[in-house]
Design a protein around this ligand. Sequence first.
Ligand code: NAP
Ligand code: F7E
Length: 344
Amino acid sequence: MKKKALIFGVTGQDGSLLARLLIKKNYVVHGIKRRSSSFNTSRIDDIYQKYGDKSFFLHYGDVTDSLNIYSLVEKILPDEIYNLAAQSHVKVSFETPEYTANADALGPLRILEAIKNLKKRKKIKFYQASTSEMFGNSSPPQTENTKLEPESPYGTAKVFGYWITRNYRNAYNLFASNGILFNHEGIYRGETFVSKKITSAVAKIYLKKQKHITLGNLNAKRDWGDAQDYVDAMYLMMQQKKPDDFVISTGQSYTVKKFVELAFKAINIKIRWQGKGLSEIGCDAQNPKRIYVKVSSKYFRPNEVNFLKGSSSKAKKLLGWKPKKKFHVMVEEMVKYDIKQLKL
Ligand code: NAP
Ligand code: F7E
């Protein structure tokens, strides 16, 4: 019998990569997509064309809808559930705090309840997409034991998701694990996150379709990994004998500025920084009159997480996991992919 997985958030960056991985591992994959007035399946259309209604099935659903979740879980009876569904944008969470809490905090609770109250007897494993945003400004390196002090409605909602996963594990003996993943990027990253915003702008600048990019806080430091590597770690967590919580990170941290510099390096432009605060600019080191990067307060957040750098020694020891792709390789690949896409 093939194993069955159910992925909430299958249309997102991680969901689409995880669906590919599980199909490769001979799973039957069921994915939940939201109803939308325009197409929202671009990341998984190729999987559906190849495996649709054979080993890949899509269902309409929403993690804010308990009835929908209960009936999907009862009907599909998966071996593993991956909850990747979330309003995942930190800045947007300040503007939609109630919706963010509904989806990101109560969403995992609803799925856990469905597993706990299952009519048929089946031990379903549960993965919760927890995040380094839960640490807020706790000092690096952040580990599984670092204090959770979220700085946003998103981080706060995710802390509830994290704890309710632990509560249900302890209270009801469920296999329920948290992956505490640090930022991870790649060619499928959404365009409003800073990595993809930068690489797609650099690609457009290269092809003379855009003149400059406007960003917010250039000095925030993030521990940026590769999405494919991180999805591998999710799978490994679900193959363990016992449920547990794991930090997944690279242990290296870079500023947004460094990301910008590497992205421009991929098109042979060296960036020189001038000025401070809102007047800071990034210009061509060869031709300082040519400005490529500007700053606007529009992209600042009411609270900022300044410095994330994780330690994944537990994942290394117990899962045998370590990151494979180097930061500069990932940035270059994203720029090259975006140029290729624009040329199509
Ligand atoms: P993403 O690209 O934004 O994908 C989020 C997914 O959730 C999309 O499929 C989205 O559907 C779906 N979704 C949103 N609200 C929903 C709702 N109410 N009901 C059902 N589905 C809903 O995020 P990602 O980067 O793949 O991240 C996956 C998960 O890991 C998220 O929970 C995120 O918070 C968490 N996380 C991400 C990172 C990271 O760096 N990427 C790090 C740590 C944790 P649509 O396509 O219709 O919008
Ligand atoms: O911002 C700064 C911004 O939106 C990174 C999500 O996947 O990872 C992600 O959250 C940094 C922040 O990611 C712009 O202020 C500057 O310091 O790419 P981001 P994030 O907020 O770290 C965590 C782990 C998750 O769990 C989340 O789901 O970049 N920044 N200028 C900017 N950020 C954006 N988006 N846009 C800018 O123009």
